[in-house]
Write a protein that binds this ligand. Structure first.
Ligand SMILES: [Zn+2]
Length: 319
């Protein structure tokens, strides 16, 4: 009996092999269903009174063009998204989204170029950054709450070998690496971002920006965190790493440390080197996967695609 591949109209049910089999028309239907679950809505005027133009009957009409019957403008599913005016096919976009959403440590641009058969490294690199941009969360919609662990680390380059006192370099002071702060809810969401330097001002600013006032903050006993408790109703609990204490009465920064170990394995294992300028995008990518870690790869991919709506990232603006 001849094997018939199953048909899908929703990413959430699909495995990578199913995504790779999509035709361009099927890929468009999937993207349209994610963007407009109740049918097309004009991105120019918001009307749902639209007509699908038939590309088969007119050579001038591109595939997927929809006409608004109110403002008379035409649009496709990629208008006003990171995919707008891209030469990459919709099936390649979906494959790229799925790959980046399903690999815990991320996928390099070189790997994407090979897997998707893209013409150049440059277009794979731009594609990957646009997907990271889609994964970026709105910080106001995702204010962290409950018990929030805060920690900082240094990313970029291998740790320097040093003959002198190792404690002196423990926090990466005096290295060329970029400090990154992570804020992570116990058993919940995370936010990470690069900061200019590690000091009381930068750390406290990040904490107050991303954490709701009702929360409890947990950090190690690094002096820059002293005094942060007065801004939070749950106060500030401290774990004394300086005297070798890692868990005490349920207080630890182990969740933050798991986050960093994943980020570092990605940075050193997958991406090898990340420029300081673009590091924040990788932070967005790792936080996105962390925050959607409890759902299927397909569902996670759908969430990332939803995040692509209303965003653009033009190559010339990234240099
Ligand atoms: Zn319209």
């Amino acid at each position: 009996m001849k094997y018939e591949p199953p048909k899908f109209d929703k990413l959430s049910d699909m495995a990578y092999i199913d995504v790779c089999r999509l035709t361009e028309d099927e890929a468009r239907t999937i993207l349209e269903n994610i963007r407009w679950p109740n049918g097309p809505v004009c991105p120019h005027c918001g009307s749902d009174n639209t007509t699908r133009l038939n590309s088969k009957s007119s050579a001038k009409t591109r595939d997927g063009v929809i006409q608004c019957n109110e403002c008379r403008k035409q649009f496709t599913v990629t208008v006003n998204t990171i995919m707008h005016r891209s030469h990459i096919t919709l099936r390649q976009w979906i494959q790229a989204f799925y790959s980046m959403c399903s690999h815990k440590k991320g996928v390099s641009a070189l790997q994407l170029q090979r897997n998707l058969g893209l013409g150049s490294y440059k277009s794979a690199w731009h594609l990957a950054h646009r997907i990271r941009h889609a994964m970026k969360q709105d910080p106001f919609a995702t204010l962290l709450k409950g018990v929030v662990e805060v920690d900082e680390t240094y990313i970029g380059g291998k740790p320097r070998k040093t003959n002198n006192n190792s404690k002196k370099n423990k926090r990466g002071r005096g290295t060329k690496k970029t400090p990154v702060v992570v804020l992570v809810e116990r058993d919940g969401k995370s936010i990470s971002k690069p900061i200019e330097m590690v000091n009381s001002k930068t750390l406290k600013t990040a904490i107050r920006e991303f954490v709701s006032k009702a929360s409890t903050i947990i950090t190690d006993d690094w002096r820059s965190y002293v005094g942060i408790g007065k801004h939070f109703e749950g106060g500030h609990k401290v774990i004394k790493h300086s005297i070798g204490e890692y868990v005490k009465n349920g207080v630890s920064t182990n969740t933050a440390e798991s986050y960093f170990s994943l980020l570092k394995r990605g940075v050193h294992g997958t991406f090898h080197s990340i420029s300081k300028q673009h590091l924040f995008r990788y932070c967005d990518e790792f936080s996105f996967r962390w925050n959607h870690r409890k759902v299927t790869d397909g569902k996670r991919t759908e969430s990332a695609i939803k995040g692509a709506i209303g965003k653009r990232l033009v190559y010339s603006e990234m240099k």
